[in-house]
Design a protein. Structure first.
Length: 436
């Protein structure tokens, strides 16, 4: 009888290694992002339109480069080497941000390293579990908490250092965080799954029938397009929403202290921790009762929740414009509660869907395709952000609510075709793996 594999916190030890590596990588990414708009408008003296456009282009290319990085990892470099090389390049880029003359080059270096790192780390998760492991369905949900732990800590540490002690201290802290993640990953490699065999080109038809593979890719591509529309609204949280919080929200706490603007960017990941147990418990309960919603229905509901959050901001902005009074920061908290609840129904579910439907030797590539939606979504978000100063907050947030609602409608329309594909006889027994 084979002894059970050792675990940490009831999961394979490799998941903890991946969790902590991703946590520190996201600490570096979101730490720099928390400062980026403020650094451009206050230090580099960019106007709002230029800052929004640069922000959108940078966050877009962060999600474009993983397509090339995923192909390189799957076919030639291997996922472990891709993580180490990509993380090292990203750390270099963060340290380059400490020099104003290297601003654009530093952004390009970070995006390049991210291309190797981003798809190669989560593509190792499925290799930690056997096909019948009951823990497999919750693995991406655990991993998603790691993402948000880093995102929660980053604005508090990097944002505070940047605003109080100087921008370059904040950027330097982001680089140190990336190095910490690399050290954890290298030290924990013995707990990770072995590298899959690499072939160039990858003959995916050896794993799946060509017709089924084609239908999978078409449907996943359509889902990706809907997520692009969704992200145009969702990605405003670090862009125009940050500017609105800085200018239109009463951030005073008591009579002598004002909450730093960057701290509000920690609300979303903090609420991921607080709301995730309830969302996961809801998914598990409905599954046991035989009434669990399909992945795309969950995602559509999440998009509608985000639409509602932006419509609330539109109403508040209209009231502020009419009264000339700033709104209290508790309204921002209410916005993030609704936004985060919607996020938990769409982003982890989508990542799990793409991960499950990937042929084994194309895992990094197909997960990179999921992040490609982030490229186009962030690009669209940046372009939409340039209208902020022309149409004003109320109309802008109304537009974002409409965009999120359209994304929800598109996802709902795709639900039928996706269910027919995933409920094919040989796939039906594995349907629970679609949980986030």
């Amino acid at each position: 009888m084979t002894a059970p594999a050792p675990t940490w916190f009831g999961q394979p030890r490799g998941l903890t290694v991946l969790f902590l590596t991703e946590m520190w990588e996201k600490f570096s990414f979101y730490g720099m992002r928390a400062l980026l708009v403020y650094y451009m408008t206050r230090q580099l003296m960019f106007d709002q339109q230029r800052a929004s456009l640069v922000y959108g282009l940078y966050t877009a290319f962060v999600f474009l480069t993983p397509i090339l990085g995923g192909l390189i990892a799957d076919r030639w470099l291997g996922r472990r080497r891709a993580v180490i090389l990509g993380g090292s390049i990203m750390a270099l880029g963060h340290f380059m941000m400490a020099f104003e003359g290297q601003f654009y080059l530093a952004l390009a270096v970070i995006a390049l390293g991210n291309g190797l790192f981003l798809p190669s780390l989560p593509s190792q998760i499925s290799g930690l579990y056997s096909a019948d492991d009951p823990r497999r369905g919750s693995a991406y949900n655990v991993y998603y908490v790691g993402i948000n732990l880093g995102a929660f800590l980053a604005p508090l540490v990097c944002g505070t250092l940047g605003e109080v002690y100087g921008w370059h201290w904040g950027f330097g802290a982001a680089g140190i965080g990336m190095l910490a993640g690399l050290c954890i990953y290298i030290a924990g490699q013995k707990h990770l799954p072995p590298e899959p065999k690499r072939t160039a080109p990858v003959h995916a038809e050896a794993d799946l029938a060509k017709d089924e593979l084609r239908r999978r890719f078409i449907l996943l591509g359509a889902v990706g397009l809907a997520v692009v529309v969704f992200r145009a609204a969702y990605e405003q949280t670090g862009n125009t929403l940050a500017l609105w919080i800085d200018a239109s929200v009463d951030r005073s706490l008591g009579v002598s202290w004002t909450i730093p603007s960057t701290w509000f960017q920690s609300l979303n990941p903090l609420l991921v921790f607080l709301l995730s147990p309830f969302v996961v418990a809801y998914f598990i309960r409905t599954a046991r009762e035989g009434r669990e919603a399909s992945p795309l229905r969950k995602m559509a509901l999440g998009a509608v929740m985000v639409a509602g959050a932006y419509l609330m901001l539109a109403a508040l902005s209209a009231w502020t414009a009419a009264s000339g009074v700033q709104i209290g920061w508790l309204w921002v908290l209410a916005f993030f509660v609704l936004l985060t609840a919607g996020e938990l129904f769409i982003l982890p579910v989508g990542l799990g869907l793409f991960g499950r439907m990937a042929p084994p030797r194309m895992a990094a590539t197909l997960i990179a395709a999921w992040f490609l939606a982030g490229f186009f979504g962030n690009l669209l978000a940046g372009l939409a952000g340039t209208t902020w100063s022309q149409i004003g907050p109320a109309l802008f947030f109304l537009m974002m609510g409409g965009i999120a609602a359209v994304a929800g409608g598109l996802l709902r329309l795709l639900d039928g075709p996706m269910r027919r594909l995933t409920l094919a006889p040989r796939e039906a027994s594995r349907l629970p793996a679609l949980e986030p």
